[in-house]
Design a protein around this ligand. Structure first.
Ligand code: NAD
Length: 468
């Protein structure tokens, strides 16, 4: 079994304890992993604080060069990382390979941004400059659905702006993040990046730690609420990327056969465990039956298997708690609607659930109103697009959404009124480092990526000079 280490103050060290990490496709122990103690968390924060003065004084070009070196090292180890990711997270090897590839691409592109001094005024009486300073130590808290990609979302901008980092992966997917720690250990100066692991017990301590200036959090809305409350004591900066309940609205003129594959992959990629996945479909009565039938066909055809198996399209759910939650939602949906595909776990070890399509269901049921975060898709019928939009917008969540139609103007008009951080037309789940990404309402606040995302890792600093 491979050995894993924490990264604290530039050293790869054992944890105070060990914990088992399971392979969700087999429920067998994949590896034993170090578990950090509160003292090790304090050491990690102290190391990051000690590294901050020198690191923040380096030029942005120097920091960029090291971030790019890290991206190169991930690329060299891409195959090995993808395999590890499949084994601990469950996603098919093709999706794991894509996650590593996107991670390299995100790191490279995010590293290309800059923080030039902006001259706001320069006249006879004054010269006013806007500088952007780093904040200090950033705590990055990562969920279990994209343990490598979400590190790649946070690390480049945090470091480029001159901050130092303490990263904490989710307890069920720490291995690939720890492997990233080994790949970066010789690249960044000691203490600039630290990685600790836990059993859901250190996140709260990170968010209250007086030595941390900002928390960049990705996870559930429920935990986000706790993060926000505990960050209040020391007025920490926050970026909260939380849950979603993305609606896809399919208008009467959409061709069901043409749109079904995009809706299917938007809902079932990573076994539906994506914040921005399609989590409810509102389909016009004219095409409702045809679209339900087409999605059911795709669901029945999908190959559900261990992600390491050639041809697997949908892997297991990532952990037992999520598996139990999804199975309970399916049982409830049996009473609230009609299951036309899937609807059952696989009779084998592992947390496998066949992609499930539920029709004749409507708002006011748990499957529609809550974030299922799994391979179960409710299909809701509508007659009036205004009514569909009202229902889509009635959620407390507002991460993403999509409008599917052959009429660009009609789709665009609805898109402008959808309450979400990102709205797509005739697609879903397309995002990238140049587009600010963030949630509306209880899907969080703040953004990642693009210039706006970089600014979130900085403090505004105005220098206002009198002129004679
Ligand atoms: P989660 O909220 O349970 O855990 C996320 C992280 O927070 C983990 O590292 C966990 O250990 C840590 N944590 C737990 N308790 C904490 C506390 N009190 N204080 C601080 N940290 C704590 O989420 P999850 O189940 O790992 O991930 C699934 C959720 O994440 C879904 O709701 C999904 O929509 C959301 N998500 C959002 C985005 C986005 O960008 N908006 C991306 C991916 C996932």
């Amino acid at each position: 079994m491979a050995e894993y280490k924490l990264l604290i103050d530039g050293k790869l060290v054992d944890g105070a304890a060990v914990m088992d990490v399971l392979n969700p496709a087999t429920e067998e122990v994949l590896a034993r992993c170090p578990r950090a103690s509160t003292e090790q968390l304090d050491e990690a924060v102290a190391a990051a604080r000690a590294a901050f003065p020198a690191w923040s004084r380096t030029s942005i070009a120097e920091r960029r060069a090291l971030i790019l070196k890290f991206a190169d090292n991930i690329e060299v180890h891409a195959e090995e990382l993808a395999r590890l990711l499949t084994q601990e997270q469950g996603k098919p090897l093709s999706e794991a390979g894509a996650e590593i590839g996107y991670s390299v691409a995100f790191i490279r592109q995010l590293a290309s941004y800059d923080l030039p001094v902006q001259v706001l005024e320069d006249n006879d009486t004054r010269r006013v400059e806007l500088h952007r300073r780093p904040l200090g130590v950033v705590g990055a808290i990562i969920p279990w659905n994209f343990p490598v990609l979400i590190v790649a979302f946070k690390l480049p901008f945090a470091l480029l702006a001159g901050n130092t980092l303490v990263i904490k992966p989710a307890p069920t997917t720490p291995l690939s993040t720890l492997r990233l720690g080994e790949l970066m250990a010789g690249i960044f100066p000691a203490g600039v990046v630290n990685i600790i692991t836990d059993q859901n017990d250190l996140g709260a301590q990170l968010t209250t730690h007086p030595g941390i200036a900002k928390i960049s959090f990705t996870g559930s809305t429920e935990t986000g609420r706790k993060v926000m409350a505990s960050a209040a004591a020391s007025i920490k900066r926050l970026t909260l990327e939380l849950g979603g309940n993305d609606a896809a609205i399919v208008l009467a003129d959409a061709d069901p056969v043409k749109v079904a594959p995009g809706i299917f992959s938007g809902a079932f990629m990573n076994a539906g465990q994506i914040c921005l996945a399609i989590k409810r479909v509102y389909a016009h009565s004219d095409i409702y039956d045809a679209l339900c039938a087409e999605l059911a066909r795709l669901a029945e055809e999908a190959v559900v298997d261990d992600g390491l198996k050639q041809g697997a399209q949908i892997g297991p759910l990532q952990n037992k708690a999520q598996y139990e939650k999804v199975k309970a939602l399916i049982e409830e949906a049996r009473a609230d609607g009609t299951i036309i595909a899937g609807g059952r776990p696989l009779d084998r070890p592992g947390y496998f659930v066949r992609p499930t399509i539920v029709r004749d269901i409507t708002d006011g049921t748990r499957l529609v109103d809550e974030e299922q975060f799994g391979p179960v898709l409710p299909m809701i019928r509508f007659d009036d697009p205004e009514d569909a939009l009202t229902r889509a917008n009635s959620s407390d969540m507002g991460l993403g959404g999509s409008i599917w139609s052959a009429d660009r103007n009609a789709a665009h008009e609805l898109a402008t009124r959808m309450e979400a951080g990102t709205v797509w037309m005739n697609k879903h789940l397309d995002f990238g480092p140049t587009m600010p990404f963030g949630g509306a309402k209880q899907s969080g606040f703040g953004v990642e990526f693009a210039q706006e995302g970089l600014h979130e890792f900085t403090q505004v600093h105005v220098i206002n000079e009198a002129k004679a």
